[in-house]
Design a protein around this ligand. Sequence first.
Ligand code: AMP
Ligand code: ZN
Length: 116
Amino acid sequence: MENCLFCKIAGGQIPARKVHEDDEILAFHDINPARPVHLLVIPRRHITSLATATEADVPVLGRMLAIANRLASEQGSPDGFRVIINTGRIGHQEVQHLHAHIVGGPEPVGPMLKRI
Ligand code: AMP
Ligand code: ZN
């Protein structure tokens, strides 16, 4: 996908601090971390968002979660973590390539959302 930031990271045209790479999934540090551990796990293949994923994407989505779990432990959040998949306008998704945020660290990340 042309002009997709995360496709460019997956293709090596834009650098990232990678922590996992295989033929279908890539994980790297978020450039603007919100917590001591803040990773992004993405499918290499362009999927715009969870809203456009299909049944055919179930295996890669499942592997993303399994990799997230392993990476959280390895990268400094062994006692739990949070997975966030912002989706579409309402979900405040800024990069239009499906990605799971893995956030954590030594301290609890806090309540899920501020109540409005
Ligand atoms: P979202 O709002 O869920 O689309 O989140 C996009 C995330 O991508 C944000 O947390 C950004 O800090 C992160 N981000 C943007 N550009 C880069 C980059 N070049 N490398 C790593 N993370 C990035
Ligand atoms: Zn993409």
